[in-house]
Design a protein around this ligand. Sequence first.
Ligand SMILES: [Zn+2]
Length: 385
Amino acid sequence: MSPCRTALIYSPLFGTFNYGENHPFKLQRNRLAYDLMAAYGLLELPQMQIHDCLPASDELLLSFHDHAYIARLKEFSVSEEARADFRFGLGDAECPVFPGLYDYAALGAGATFEAVRLVEEEGFDAAFNMHGGWHHAHRSKASGFSYLNDAAVAINWLVARGRRVLYLDIDAHHGDGVQEAFYNTDQVLTISLHESGIYFYPGTGFESEIGEGRGKGYSVNVPLLAHTDDAIYMKAFDEVVYPLIAAFNPDMIVTQIGADTFRTDPLTNLEITTHSYREMMVKIQRLKIPWVALGGGGYDLMNTARAWTLAWSIMNNVELDPRLPPAFIDKIEPLGYQNRVLLDAMHWADEGERTLALTAVEKSIARIKKTIFPGILGSHGYASL
Ligand SMILES: [Zn+2]
């Protein structure tokens, strides 16, 4: 096996921002993830480099975002007084205005751009920006803790270079902003698995959203019901997602690997564990497609740290001890974390509760096989050459 080269994007500036004490998005989860990676020796691997980054340029941001929106973000970011503009989604409890907001968001977008650039221009096999994945940011509106759509602008740069990209979003919420960015093109296949929009933010991501114009058949949505567990999730991944990735065979795969799908997440109702999360990462890695991973949601901080440590180890082809390192356990115990293992046992939701979720996913899979598969895999379910 040829040696792989990987990059972890990290700026010390990330630790200097704060959404506010009462906001569910906590930057310390990334600190926990770095600590766990360090405890496993994953920050000193011979094949990896840690790369700093710069804020994304205006030119890059304007490839997706509206000029007036960017101007407003910049203005609010340096304002001494509390500011809000609800036309742009700015200043509510979900997307608060805080000092340095623009610098924070532009740095996250710059980090994702750097990850993509290293893979595209410098031949890295994989790169990870856990400060990215702001998939709810719209062209001219902040939403769902997201201000600038880092994935959309970085993928735009790849598209302008003629690349075909697959964007896979396994966050518990629909990747609505990224879908919107590529709804009319066949150069980017977007796939999102998420908790159903029937009752859940952002209220979109149904199987009927398949793209428009040249993009028809290139937006894929797998809505999932509450109590979707490891087995149900992997059924969707194996029957829909994996064959589509293989058949589309992109130049690069960009994954948003939010960890708010976990059964302990306080904001969501899905029930997966590191068991299926690991399996997905391994399968993606085996395809040997140049790979950029972005963070995203994750509000059970320890589970997010475990998930992203696993992802980074798999990007580096390193098999980890399924037990957490003792020194790390000593560190997290006083903070109230009970975790002892990295790998959870495969989890099954209660029989009564999982039946609805299973029936729903079977319907979704059947529908996607009808609407999406013929265009990408051919009418018999095989990739057309
Ligand atoms: Zn989410």
